[in-house]
Structures are given as C-alpha cells and as structure tokens.
Design a protein. Sequence first.
Lengths: 247, 247, 178, 178, 355, 355, 71, 71
Amino acid sequence: MAVIFEKTKALTDKTFHYCPGCTHGIIHRLVAEVLEELNLTDNAIGVAPVGCSVFAYDYFNCDMHEAAHGRAPAVATGIKRVHPDNAVFTYQGDGDLASIGCAEIVHAAMRGEKFTTIFVNNAIYGMTGGQMAPTTLIGQKATTAPLGRDENHAGLPLKVSEMLATIPKAVFVERVSVHDVKHINQAKKAIKKAFQLQMEGKGFTLVEVLSTCPTNWGKTPVESLKWLQENMMPYFPLGNFRTPEEV
Amino acid sequence: MAVIFEKTKALTDKTFHYCPGCTHGIIHRLVAEVLEELNLTDNAIGVAPVGCSVFAYDYFNCDMHEAAHGRAPAVATGIKRVHPDNAVFTYQGDGDLASIGCAEIVHAAMRGEKFTTIFVNNAIYGMTGGQMAPTTLIGQKATTAPLGRDENHAGLPLKVSEMLATIPKAVFVERVSVHDVKHINQAKKAIKKAFQLQMEGKGFTLVEVLSTCPTNWGKTPVESLKWLQENMMPYFPLGNFRTPEEV
Amino acid sequence: MTHEIIMAGFGGQGVMAMGKILAEAALREGKNVSWLPSYGPEMRGGTANCNVIVSEEPVGAPIVTEASAALVLNRPSLDKFEKDVIPGGTLIINSSLIDKKATREDIKVYYVPANEIANEIGTGKIANMVMLGAYLEASGAAKQDTIMEVVSEIFSGKKAEVIPLNKEALTRGAACIK
Amino acid sequence: MTHEIIMAGFGGQGVMAMGKILAEAALREGKNVSWLPSYGPEMRGGTANCNVIVSEEPVGAPIVTEASAALVLNRPSLDKFEKDVIPGGTLIINSSLIDKKATREDIKVYYVPANEIANEIGTGKIANMVMLGAYLEASGAAKQDTIMEVVSEIFSGKKAEVIPLNKEALTRGAACIK
Amino acid sequence: MAKELWKGNEAIAEAAIKSGCRFFFGYPITPQNEIPEYMSLRMPQEGGCFLQAESEVAAINMVYGAAGSGARVMTSSSSPGISLKQEGISYIAGAELPCVIVNIVRGGPGLGGIQPAQSDYYQACKGGGHGDYRLVVLAPSSVQEAVDLTQEAFDIADQYRMPVMIMGDGMIGQMMEPVEFREVAKRQLPDKEWATTGTKGKRKANVINSLFIDPAECEKHNNKLFAKYDEITKNEMRVEEYKLEGAEIVFVAYGTTARIVKNAINTLEKEGIKAGLIRPITLWPFPYASIEAAAEKANVKAFLTVEMSMGQMVDDVKIAASGKKPVHFYGRTGGMVPTPAAIVEQVKKILGGVK
Amino acid sequence: MAKELWKGNEAIAEAAIKSGCRFFFGYPITPQNEIPEYMSLRMPQEGGCFLQAESEVAAINMVYGAAGSGARVMTSSSSPGISLKQEGISYIAGAELPCVIVNIVRGGPGLGGIQPAQSDYYQACKGGGHGDYRLVVLAPSSVQEAVDLTQEAFDIADQYRMPVMIMGDGMIGQMMEPVEFREVAKRQLPDKEWATTGTKGKRKANVINSLFIDPAECEKHNNKLFAKYDEITKNEMRVEEYKLEGAEIVFVAYGTTARIVKNAINTLEKEGIKAGLIRPITLWPFPYASIEAAAEKANVKAFLTVEMSMGQMVDDVKIAASGKKPVHFYGRTGGMVPTPAAIVEQVKKILGGVK
Amino acid sequence: MAGKVIFDENRCKGCELCTTVCPFNLVVMNKERINIKGYHPATVKDMDKCSGCASCAKICPDVVIKVEREK
Amino acid sequence: MAGKVIFDENRCKGCELCTTVCPFNLVVMNKERINIKGYHPATVKDMDKCSGCASCAKICPDVVIKVEREK
Ligand SMILES: Cc1ncc(C[n+]2csc(CCOP(=O)(O)OP(=O)(O)O)c2C)c(N)n1
Ligand SMILES: Cc1ncc(C[n+]2csc(CCOP(=O)(O)OP(=O)(O)O)c2C)c(N)n1
Ligand code: SF4
Ligand code: SF4
Ligand code: SF4
Ligand code: SF4
Ligand code: SF4
Ligand code: SF4
Ligand SMILES: [Mg+2]
Ligand SMILES: [Mg+2]
C-alpha cells in the first residue's frame, strides 16, 4: 500500500483547537505541506497573530513567534532582517491584518519585506465572538453590527488584496478559497508560489484565503462552505492580483 | 480701486512659522479661501497634525483640534460623527498620513467618513529635520537615508492616492501641485470640489498636494519648485483618481 | 443559608441559562444573588460553567471555590469540580452522560438521568431543567413556582408551548431526589 | 575658574560651530567642558544659541543660567540674554548687526563689529570667529593656538585655504578687547 | 424600580447611556466585548453613535475628537488595548477633555490571559502615558456600584474636564447581579464653551490642544492641571471602611478582591480575630488619610494588602502607613483569584509573626 | 584613547554599536533624532541593519521580532512615542526578550513640548504597559555615563532576558561632552538557545510567546518573572552617594537634574550648609537601601527630591524614608530646568522650617 | 487500484465536510459512536469502493484522514 | 486697467517665489531693506506696468501681497 495522503511532518501532532469545520485547519495544513515540500520546515520562522489562530505556534513544527494583535508584519520584519536566509511567514486573520494591523501590512508591502503573509479572511472576528471585521459583508450580521453591516455607517468591506496590489514591492498577491477540493489545490499552489518567490528574494508575497467561521456565522460547517461561495466570492473575487513578470 | 486679491478672512493675521518659500503657506491659503468661498468658515472644524503644520490651529480662523501624530483621521471621525452638519477637515503631512497614520486614513476612507483630507506630500519629514518619509523618492537623501533612499532596503515610495482610490467610499481623490500659478488654481479647484462633495454627504474626500521643503531638501525655494516638478511629478502623477459619477 | 453552586457541562447543554434562571428566581424571592460565567476561548467546544450564589447575606466573592452544590452535566465537569464541593455539600450528576461514580464519601451525591428524562418529556434540550429541578428539591434554593414564573417570561409568546415541558422537567428532576 | 558662556545669534551665523570649537580646544587643554545647543523648531528661522562650560572642576549642570560671559550676534539675542550675565561678567556684542547698547552697568561690555571685520578679511561667514577671538582675549578660556589646532583639523584638505582667514579673524577679534 | 439581573459589562454600557453618553468608540477584546456589543444595539436606538474603530489607538483618538466636540463619549477595552491607548490618554488629559474609559483588566504582561486581574493599577494610577497627568480611577466592587460609578463618572469628567477611568476585572464585567438604575445627584456642571462646534460667527475659534512649545507655558499648564488635581483630591476621594472598629489587622483591597476579603473577614470574625477593610473606591485620588488614621490606632497591628497583582497598590499603602505599621501583601496573578481561605491563612501567619 | 567630544544621542548610538548592537528600529521624534540618524549611517558600515519603521508601534514590534531571533537590538524614542510602545514593551517583558529602549524624555502630557523633562519616571519604573513586569531603567547623568550604561545595558538585557531602558532627557541627548569608549567588564552571558533561527532539524521548535491561557500557568510565569526581578534587585542596583557624610539635607535626584543639584550642594557648602545627594543610577531597581540608611542617620534632617516632573520619584523616596524623615519636593516641568539658585533657596526654606 | 482511508477517530470533530466531497459518497457520520471529544466521528462504510482520491482528506480541517492506495 | 500690488513687508520672508511668476518681471527683492524678520523683502519697482494679474500674490506662501486694480 502506498500512502497517498497523510499528515505532514511540518504539523505537530497536537489536535487543532478550532471549532468543528473551521477552515483554519485546512489552511494550516496547506502551509505546512508547502513548507515540507519546499524543504523549508527546518528553516522556517512563523509568526502567529492574535485571533483564533493565536495558538498556531502549537501546530507548526517550526520556530514561531506569537505577535501582538496586528503586528505580525512588524515582527516578521524584525525576524527577516536578522535572518535574511530563513523562510519567514505570518499567518493573520482579517481583524488582525486588515483592521488593527493595516499600517503594518501596507508598510511591509511598501518596503518589499521578503516574507510571506497568509491572510485568512473569514469576514468576522472569530476569536472574540463574532464582531464586525473590515471584511464583513454588507448586511452580514455581527455582534457589533446586530442589524447587519450598514454601508452608510460602516462603509464597504475592504478589499485588501486589491489595495495591496497597488504597491509595487508586493510582488505576489493572490486571493484563493478552500471551500472545495479544487480550490484547496489552487490555494496550495498559490501558497507554494509565494514561498518560492520569497526564497528567491523577490519581495513581499501575500495569499488571501477565504475561510469559514461556522461558529460566528451561525451556520453548520457544510452550510458555511456554501455561504462563502455564494456571498464572499462575489465580493472578494478569486484570482491573482500581482505576480512578478517572469524572465 | 477694486481689490483683486487679499488675505482671506478664514486665515488669522498671524504670520506663518514656516520656512521661507515653504509651500505649506500656499496650501493653507487655498484651504482657507475655499472655506470662505463656500461660506463654511463659521461652520468648519479642522484638525491639525503633528508635523510642520502642527500650528495650523493658529492660522485657520475656525474651530480646530490638534491631533496626535497620524491620528487626525480618527479625531476627525470623532468630530464629524458628533457634528454631521459641520465641515470637517484634516490637514496632514506625508509622515503623518502615510506612515504612522496609515491605518487611520485607510479606515476613514473605508468607512466613507464625510470629511476632507488635505494631504501635503513633501517627500520628507519636515518638522523633525529631514528624515525619510514613505514618499521619499528613490535616491533622495534624507537624514535617515544618508546615501539616498535605496529601494532594496526601504522599498519604493508609497502612492497614497492610487492606493486609496481602490476604496469605494473614498469618493474623491485627486493629486495636485502648487509649484506654479496654474497648478495653484487647479489645486484650489480640487480642494473646493472635495469640500463640496463632503457637504453633499458623498463620502470621504482627499486632495494630495505636492509641496516643497526647501529647508530639508537643501535647496532654495525657487530651486525647490523646480525639483518638485522634475522629480516628484513624474513619480506622483497629477490627476483625479476618483470622482463620483454625476447624475 | 448561603447556596454556592457550580453548574458545568458541554457548551450546548444550557448550563449558563440554568444558572441565570435560578439567580433570577432567587432574586424575586428577595435573596441576594450573583451569577458568574466562565468565559473566553476555553468555552469553544470545551466545557462551560457558571457559579451561582444565593444568599440571605450580601454576596461576597462571586466566584465559587467552596461549593455547597455542584451540578455536573458531563464527564469532564465531574472530574474538574467534584473536589470543590464542601463536606456535607451536594453533587448532582447527569448519569445519562456520565458513567463514572463520584469518589467522595463526605457529600450527598445524586444521580439524575437528565438526558433520558428530557428525551422522555420530548426534547433533549431541557436536560438542564431536569438537573435544576433535582437541585431545587435537594437544596430549596428557590421555589419551583418562582422558577416557572421566570421560565414563563422567557418563553412568552410563540414558544409558550415549551413552558409545560419545563415544568415537567423540574418535577421529574425533583423526583430523582430521595 | 569656571567659564559659563552663552553664545547666541541667528540660525546661519555659526554660533553652534563657534561653541563646539571652543569646547574642543578647552578639552585639549585638559579642561572639563560641555556644550549644549538649543534645539527644536524654535531654531527654524529664529535664533540659535548654545551654552559652553569650561572648567577645572567637573561640569555640573550643562545649562547656563548664570553666565560668566555672553556672546550675542544679533539683536534678539542681546534682548534675551543680557540679563543672564553675572555681575562682573562679560558681554560681547556684535555691533555690526546690533545698534542697541547694553543696559547693564555691572558687567564688562565689549562692542565688536564682527561682520564688518569679517567682510574686511574677505568672508562674512567668519564673523563668529571674530567674536570668539574677542572672547578668548577677554576670558583666556582657551589659547588661540589650540583653537587654531582645532580649526586646522576641521578645514584640513580642500578647504585649507580658509585656515589663515580664521586666524586673522581670531586676532582681529582679540584686538577689539582693550 | 425593581432590581434586575444585569451582566456587569452590559450594566456599565446601559449606565453610560442613561448618563447621556451618546458616542462610543471601541475595539473588541475579551473580557469586555459585551460593552461594545451592547452599545452597537442601543446607541442607534437613542440617536447616538456606536462605531467600531480600526484599533484601540484609533478609538481613543476618536474619543479625543468627540470629547473636544462637546459630546459625552466613552471607550472601553482590556489591558493590552489600554496600553495602546496610552498616548491618546495623555493627549486627552493634556487637552483637558472629559471622557470615560473602561478597563476590564485581564492577566498580563503581554498577551497574558483573559481571566480577571488587577495588574493595571500602576498604569491607571501612576500614569501609563508620558508626562505628568492623572486620571480619576473608579474601582467598583459590584455590578450595582459599577452602574452608580459609571453614571457619576461622566459628571466628574465634565466637571473637571478630564478623563475618568472605570477599572474592573473579568469578574465585574462578566458576572450578573441585581441592579437598580438610580438618579445620580445633580452636579453643577459648567457649560462646554471650549468645545468645537463651528464658531457660527458668534465667538472666537476654539482650539483643542495639548502643545505648549514654550517651556514656561508648558509648565504653567502642568501647574494648572495639578491645581485641578488637588481640588479633585479634596472633593472626590472615596473609600469604604468596613469593620475597622477594633481591628487588629486592616486589609486594603479594592474591586472584586475586596469582596473576597470581606468573606475572609467574616470567617476571621467567627474565629475571634478582628479584621477590617479599607476599600479604596477611587484608586486615584487614593484614600491615604484612611490608612494614615488606621496606622495611628493602637489596636491595628498590621496592614494586609490583597490584590490580583504582584502588589502594585502596596506602594500607596506604604506611603500612607509611613512606617507606623508593617504593610504585608498577598496577591494572586494571571487570572488566579485569591480565596477567602488563603487570605485567612495569611492573616494567621502575620498575627503569629506580630505577636 | 583620548577623550572626544560627543553629542549624547550620537554617543549612545555609537556605544550601542560598540556593544554589538546590529539592529535598530526607530521612528523620528525630537529630541532623539540623532540616534536613528547616526544609526542609519553607521549600521550598514558594520553590516547591521537600520530600519525606519512606519511608527513607534511597528518599531517596538520589529524589536520584538529581532530580539526573539537572537539579535542585539535597540530602539529609541521620546515620550509620546514611548507611550505608543507600551503594549509592545509589555509583550517583550512577557516573552522575556532582551533589548534596549532609549527614552529621551520631553515635556508632557500630550504633545507637550520638546524641552528636557523627567516626567516619564512613573511610566518607566511602575509599568506604563499592562500587567506585572519591570524594566531595568538606567538614568545617566553625563554623556560618558550614557555611553557606559548603554554598553552595559545590552549585557544586562541578555543576562536576564529582559528589556532595559536608558532614560535621558533632552539635555543628555543634545549636549556634547568628552567621552571615552571603554571596554565593559565581561559578563558570563547565557547562550540564546531560546532564539528562533530555524530549527535546522537539530532541536525542537522554539516559540517566542507571552500567552498563557491557563491562569495557573500565567501565574507561574508571573512568579518566574518576579523571581528574576528579585535577583536583579540584588545584583544590579546602582546608586551614587555624594557628600552624604554629615549632611543635614539629603537630596534625591537623578540624571541631569542630579548635576544641577551638585552645583547647589557646592553653593550650600560655601554657605556652611551641609548637603549630600543620593543619585539613583538604576531607577529600577530603586536604591531604597541608601535612602533608608540616610533616614536612620541623626544628622539628616530631611530629604529633598528634585525632579523635572511634578514629583514622580517622591513615592519611592517616601517608601524608603518610611516616615523617619520628612520628604520634600522641588520640581520644574514642561521643559523648565531647575536652577542651582532655586534649589539652594528651597533648602534654606526647609531648614528654616525644620529648625 | 483500490484506496483505503484511515480515520484518526479521536481527532474528528464531526464537522461532516468530508462527507460532501467523496465522489462515491462513501464517507458518512457514525451516529453510533461518540469519540473522546463527544462527537460522532466520520467513517467509510464501503471501503471497497474507495478510489483513494484523498478528497475527503484534503477537505478535512482536522487532519483526521490518512489515505492509502494499492500499488 | 492698471494693477497695484501692496506688500505687507514685515510678513515677507524673502523667498523670491513671487519674482518668478510675474509676466512682466516686475517683482524684485529689495536688497537695500531688511525687514523685522531680517529678510530682504520683495517689492515692485515699476508699478505702472502691473496688470493686477495677482500671480505674485497667489504663489506667495506668506500672504504678503494684496492686489488691486483700477475699475
Ligand atoms: C491589542 C488587542 N486588541 C484586541 C485584542 C482582542 N482580539 C483578539 S483576537 C481579535 C480579532 C481576531 O479576529 P481575526 O483577526 O479576524 O481572526 P479570526 O479569529 O477571525 O481568525 C481581537 C480583536 C487583543 N488581543 N489585543
Ligand atoms: C507619536 C509621535 N511620533 C513622532 C513624533 C515626531 N514627529 C513630529 S512631526 C513628525 C514628522 C512630520 O513629517 P510630515 O508628516 O511629513 O510633515 P511635514 O513636517 O513634512 O509637513 C514626526 C515624526 C511625534 N510628535 N509623535
Ligand atoms: S470561532 Fe470561527 S474562526 Fe474561530 S475557530 Fe471557531 S469557526 Fe474558526
Ligand atoms: S521644514 Fe520644510 S516643510 Fe517644514 S516649514 Fe520648513 S520648508 Fe516647510
Ligand atoms: S479517498 Fe476519495 S473515494 Fe476514498 S473515501 Fe475519500 S473521498 Fe471517497
Ligand atoms: S472532515 Fe474531518 S473532522 Fe470533519 S467529520 Fe470528516 S473526518 Fe471528521
Ligand atoms: S499682480 Fe501680476 S503683474 Fe502685477 S506684480 Fe504681481 S505678478 Fe506682476
Ligand atoms: S513670495 Fe511672498 S514671502 Fe516670498 S519673497 Fe515674495 S512676498 Fe516675500
Ligand atoms: Mg477573522
Ligand atoms: Mg512631510
């Protein structure tokens, strides 16, 4: 019997603390598999955010920092400047990256910091119990938008990838999803590309992954995948927003 | 004799503290003239930044707040939410707005806060003595980039207007310059339009004004206007990046 | 008399609601009360618990470290809280989900097949009220009538049909105490 | 003997440099020294000043509030600092730019037409050195030779041609003290 | 009005609304999320505005803007978020703006934990931000008191033009207790003539500012602030003294910890040991006088400060006790809560030692 | 090496480089700009990295990343910027990372002014950030001492795995004085086995972290930190005692203020009044013992704390004096600097009162 | 070419995502079992039909599933 | 239609910007005068040629210049 699929060694054996069906787990696995496939696990230094993935340091089998809320890009900058040859990545939620950490991600991109950001957009603050994120959709309910997000009051959801794609040193920016196997495969490809470009010293790389939060969306995991596809994807179109011109 | 031109009443009589030839003074005057022409002086609440224009509260003849460095958009949000019918504006430098205050300006734009930002881009930190700004050009010397800004180290200058123009609720974004009379006239038009749209409740409005810093550029005021035109304008092209579709 | 109660179970078992109902009822009976939930990420998937204090005196610390009673709805809660019951105190175990027996000998232990009873009544969701019924009977911390007054207000309107089920749950729970 | 000196003028008049040169020279002569500039936006366009202390003893506060001497290169500086000179102290006034006379009678006042002398020497930029030359003569805070040693190092290489001009400035300044 | 069960966080939010607070700017953080969540629902109902800011830094600066505009405004957060607000708080104090800031403290340092703690006492009372300034710091020990103090906080803020902090912990924020919303005693509050509203052509421009570039002006401003602080110290200091009569041991404790201490006092009483409690309600201004007075009494053998911290209030207790009686300390940290039993044990140890 | 004239800020920067500091993350602010400016030139020459961060918040988090990666790293700022760093500092303390933070203090609160002040004593020593933690706080009073202390700061930071703050003021930063760069006494420094470098497949993953979600763990961590702090208090406390012998009046002052006090002491001496000075060099750990000892002496009539603040260090002096001798205070704020003459006058007033 | 899937049952959180992607609808929840976490775990009833495509494994957020295939 | 420009001399900082925009090159620096701030102020030598176009006023950063024109 050949092993077709098994847990990658870049993940520890610890069971994820995520809610049932939360796609944070899938994204963790993809990142870990890419590290392993690129032979970077031993070389990697990751940065966990504050958000549901705060314990990411327990799951990735590599050196890790736990950063203050939103500051992972600054922490990663510090790390990468000290260890320019290591593979450095941040793993951040949409509250963490798009709200409190907005300046840090824009400036890491501007400077072309040579690390990779995995940006998990679940349109909500998961960990703190379902408050509105900058990415929360119009009409979507959140505990701090109890009647649904109102564009006149709170504006329109922030399209982070589109915004960062205006920055030249953000050399790779792609939005992917993990709501079915096909998209999971594509997501992995994008993540792999991002790490490869990082190791080639090309500049800042970011993969935005649309993700579910069954708990705070108030849906079953299966319904959540559907909701992602039907509601998030139209507003947050998948695709590559920047990629270096190949020579 | 008819008066063709005189100091607007929206400016106080206080002499500006700016260095000789610093175009902050021109921009102040334009904003003040627009306030007066739109009959908004008595209604306006302005927000001064930390930067050379920190004393703007001494010059504008209207209610003013002095904000912490970078936080003018947050302060203006607080003001405008309390006084939705007043004309609210921030006046910010490029260090203030594009560096430390990056998250605040992006989010004010995202929410579509109904105030006007006058963004004075002089490609340098004026007040603190010529340190590098996010907008400092490649090769331009600064006290913290003594050999000139190096794109491999510090990235490429941030194009704020282009970046903010990706945000739908930033309804009016235009870049202007004040290096000659024609452009000064155009700049005033843009500022006027921004205030008009604000008062119509359209959303967030921003005018980026290219400005000189003879002192820290190490140039005479006259040379500075030329340098602006020859060096800043090619990288920071003038023009409108967003304007509401008229009905 | 001061009742210091720990109520604990899985996230969805309604331990928080059960605690609030008791506190509200006791308040209506003129008692001093407090209700303190566990909070934060530990709740996610894991266990949830709350502390309720019902007293003639002003309530001191709202946190219960020496419980006059513990109501445990699942196995981890039994493991965690059995030790916190004071000698002579009461431990009520949801025997539907907990196959283990209590190890303490210095306390009163009651086994209530709460889920089974709830299913018999017709909705598994009110296992918590079965437990509460048992506790009321064992402690007298509040009257069943006052509890029902509170329950009736919660389920006023459309959901009123569940009110009698709650009453039955309390009664059936009480019947387990002997 | 402790020299506590205030040097003040417009931004471009070289008061900061003059202070540093004095401090450096005195250091080479084995004295304890400190140099403290004014700083911040007040310098922009406005006046610039520095405090220099030269002493046999360790230097206490680097800030000069009771000056043994003040060198004022422009009018606002005279207005601001005249009062800070201790009785018996020295006030040197750049009479090229200051038409006003000192009001104090309890101090030694010297009027030095520093800009005129500097222009005569050939470069208006070394009015500061004229003032310094006068001060050295009046105070003996450092030797002209040591000052010239420092100046020579600053202008080594290409700019060496200005060294003799500096020497002349010092000397002409000294000549104003009688 | 009959008493109703309220969760601390929601009760604080409702109390703010009842006090005329119509603007709230905040950012989510456990264990205070119920405050913004409640506000997001209630503010629009009252014609007010709830806004979730992009960060705590933005939130406190929105508060600055709204307060300077004359509004009653509040923000709330928990420890790391309050750290981020320090610059803004210093600005608000410097510009003499009234506002209310709630800190539902959690265990630190760093990300720490989310369980109850009192380890932000220094930050709140000694100035976490730069420069010389003070906050009035109110430390409720029950949900009812949280309500009462919140209502008054807005008046104190307006009366003295300064930020007032409500400092609670996860227990106060999360617990439910019976609450009655009462009228607060009316204060004579000055008009907000300084607020920015647009001049309407009727007055000189108002400027909200904390910059004093001339050191002499800056010093004058500092002295003005401290004259105000002296007045507040005279007028607003509050303390509860509990069973001090004849006490051998005097506890000093605040907030929820004080409730635990009361349990311990009752236990000690049963065992024949007389103990009392000085409970600062205003952490600043700190009730030095109560402690000084107790230190003078012959019956008092020692002080025991109990805190959910490594002993931050001990400084103030020592200053007040001024060497007259020993000051002991018992604390738990990181979200661990002292038990009455452990406190009783401490007392026995101390009295053993003292005798 | 002959002594050279160095500006304080640049001397601090050069001292850091000489101590092996190879990473600097900062943001401009007066009056410390010469530090980042100097670093921007010198770091690349030494193969190090200077980076201007987008803000103070980013800068301190870059420091967190670099420190966790095993580098010797520094940041500097002035008061408002240091306020913004409070969350980050608490994280660094919580995660036990070594780094050096320079605060060239200016007048506050708020935007305040840019002239010298000491009004961030509370913030530095009592914890401006949330949670229970400490910084070692070094307060040089000359440029030479700034150099010496900066060099040692990196060793202290590494030895105890904690942030060390150099606290100066605009005078220290801006003045020039003769400096000699000396070798620092070698310390036995532990290997940074905990640093993230990539595992290289040779060890278990390292994690830099301050999150302890279980309160018991969080408390254990707090206790661990404080055990370390106790050790530092034992080992690293520094103080200068000046002319204490027979002094009637004992000044307590630090930094540049202490120099001014020395001038005053000499004047007083000439007038026949014996005065001495206790100058804390480590503001934390604070030299309580020196003051305690002075308070015990019969010749000492009173303490006079002199600060460029409204009296923040007075708390610590009072705690140490413990009521044995009165503690007076004289301060200037907002950038105003006390003069020797004014200090002398204060002493005469006090002695007049004491006699 | 028959596949085989192995469930690390105690990691399973019963989210049912794996049940939605099997081309042969082989994956079902085992309502008879409760795992250590209190969930009904996923299982495959008809292993013979499994192609070893690993779809179930790839969508499982909790890395419960290992897939093997005959050589 | 002749214009007239009036300089608020003590506001002038001698930056010379106004001298670069006059269509008739009328604006020059007055090297003979030093104003209260210590600058040589700008002035117009040949006022008769002024068209009152206000270009000088519009580029002046210090609002030194007032422009009038005959009706
Ligand atoms: C300074 C600070 N502010 C707020 C918080 C509270 N907090 C923790 S996680 C979080 C939001 C997380 O949302 P997101 O980044 O979208 O991650 P998710 O949980 O959705 O994966 C917040 C606000 C904090 N820990 N620190
Ligand atoms: C929190 C904080 N950080 C830093 C500073 C110092 N500071 C004052 S102005 C300024 C930069 C100003 O540059 P810019 O915004 O471009 O305005 P300009 O002076 O060029 O008009 C800085 C960094 C401060 N006052 N507060
Ligand atoms: S709260 Fe949402 S994002 Fe967080 S673990 Fe649960 S499902 Fe995932
Ligand atoms: S420093 Fe530059 S920006 Fe500031 S006033 Fe002078 S010229 Fe203008
Ligand atoms: S490996 Fe493919 S065929 Fe086999 S059970 Fe999983 S999804 Fe079905
Ligand atoms: S996807 Fe994984 S966790 Fe979810 S039910 Fe299937 S095996 Fe279990
Ligand atoms: S108004 Fe026009 S024509 Fe007259 S001086 Fe000015 S620029 Fe020249
Ligand atoms: S532009 Fe204005 S300030 Fe400049 S020289 Fe002309 S008049 Fe003077
Ligand atoms: Mg999220
Ligand atoms: Mg600028």
